[in-house]
Design a protein around this ligand. Structure first.
Ligand SMILES: NC(=O)C1=CN([C@@H]2O[C@H](COP(=O)(O)OP(=O)(O)OC[C@H]3O[C@@H](n4cnc5c(N)ncnc54)[C@H](O)[C@@H]3O)[C@@H](O)[C@H]2O)C=CC1
Ligand SMILES: O=C(O)C(=O)Cc1ccc(O)cc1
Length: 367
């Protein structure tokens, strides 16, 4: 497609969307704006955008597509600022925020002026931030939820999908209310629980320092999302307060039930609690990306000898496979493997597994 795209907020998400558009629509000019002038400069140097704008007005009034890539709280004031400007009448305005009800309701001021606002949420990301972390393939196979303002023509939604097709994401149109409920269940609330588990370990740590050593393996994995940006999660919780409070009520009731069956030593009910959860989890799709980043971890059962890590990384380097993380499991209780190597994509993990199998007889596992 041809035209002017304006991206406000060139962090991990705004920058990644910008790159995906740049890689697909070669005749498009992408202008960027960021309150952090160093980050804006970096976005230009890294090729995320073609031009830098000094103000929102400068970029917005020439734009055919405006993407708000800022945190959710700032997105609301930017929407208000946009509604005061003389935008092109057929401009499309979207955002990337993790919550949709508040932002879409705020966008009423744009709709009143005849502009089209379609809320957006590409559901993939990481704990990294800023232009430096942006990647064109961040959203590949991820869900990209769209929440058009009531009454938006479907051809506008199709035009937005066309602009965004380079993300290679799976688009789904939902209402802002459904969006906030679903993401509350599968993304926002799990972040509270992950942080809660870390708090519990921290409290125990003050009594017994051994807890941090024992927490190295599985505990680290299930609480990984607790290392995400505290600012971002603060804003998300404040924006999705009603849903979070409702889920918390249900969670507390469920925990009371678990407490009761443990107290009563009701073995059948305790078994059913785990069994029902296991069955539901085992049936969850594994192929597409969900809101919480996938692991792409490969477990390698290596013998314990000095130099084994460089042996493995050496084989992977020979075939140019990049590693994002490598660690040794201190306990072997759950899976019979000692080295965990993480990759950026499923493809890299598959190649790595073939490579290790070719060069060694170490067993490899996916979880
Ligand atoms: N990080 C993640 O994994 C995901 C985040 N999101 C959502 O995407 C949005 C952005 O998050 P990230 O890209 O991770 O954050 P980020 O911190 O990497 O980027 C945000 C950028 O917005 C800029 N900014 C802040 N206020 C601004 C303003 N008033 N005007 C112009 N620029 C401004 C910042 O300087 C920064 O460069 C948030 O709403 C978040 O909820 C959505 C999906 C995943
Ligand atoms: O980095 C994390 O913790 C994630 O779970 C990724 C993520 C964060 C926010 C979203 O709205 C969607 C995905």
């Amino acid at each position: 497609m041809k035209g002017n795209v304006f991206v406000i907020g060139l962090g991990l998400i705004g920058g990644s969307v910008s790159l995906a558009i740049r890689n697909t629509h070669h005749e498009t000019i992408i202008t960027g704006y960021d309150v952090d002038s160093k980050n804006l400069r970096l976005a230009k140097v890294l090729g995320l955008i073609d031009n830098e704008a000094e103000t929102i007005k400068e970029g917005a009034e020439a734009a055919d597509l405006i993407i708000i890539g800022t945190p959710v709280v700032q997105a609301e004031s930017i929407i208000s600022e946009l509604s005061q400007l003389e935008l092109k009448q057929d401009v499309l305005i979207t955002d990337v925020g993790s919550t949709k009800k508040g932002i879409t309701s705020m966008a009423g001021c744009l709709v009143e002026k005849g502009y089209t606002f379609i809320g957006g949420h590409p559901m993939a990301g990481s704990h990294k931030s800023g232009a430096i972390a942006a990647k064109p393939h961040l959203f590949e196979n991820a869900f990209y939820l769209l929440t058009p303002y009531a009454g938006t023509q479907t051809d506008k939604v199709e035009t937005l999908k066309n602009w965004l097709r380079g993300t290679k994401a799976n688009f789904l149109v939902v209402t802002p209310e459904l969006h906030d409920h679903l993401t509350g269940v599968i993304s926002h609330f799990p972040h509270i629980i992950a942080s809660g588990l870390v708090h519990q370990a921290r409290n125990c740590h003050s009594e017994d320092q051994l807890v941090t050593r024992l927490a190295a393996g599985g505990f680290r994995d299930i609480t990984r999302i607790a290392s995400s940006s505290p600012e971002m999660w603060r804003d998300i919780l404040l924006h999705n307060k009603d849903v979070i409070l409702e889920l918390m009520k249900e969670w507390i009731a469920e925990m009371e039930r678990v407490k009761h069956i443990v107290q009563e030593e009701d073995a059948d009910e305790i078994f059913a609690y785990f069994d029902i959860a296991k069955r539901f989890r085992d049936e969850l799709p594994v192929r597409s990306q969900g809101a919480i980043p996938a692991f792409y971890d490969l477990y390698i059962d290596v013998p314990d000898y000095p130099g084994v890590i460089s042996e493995i990384t050496g084989y992977l380097a020979q075939v140019n496979i990049s590693i994002t993380n490598i660690r040794i499991l201190e306990t072997r209780e759950e899976i019979y493997a000692a080295l965990v190597v993480s990759f950026q994509t499923e493809g890299d993990r598959k190649l790595a597994m073939e490579c290790i199998r070719k060069h060694t007889d170490y067993e490899t596992f996916l979880t």
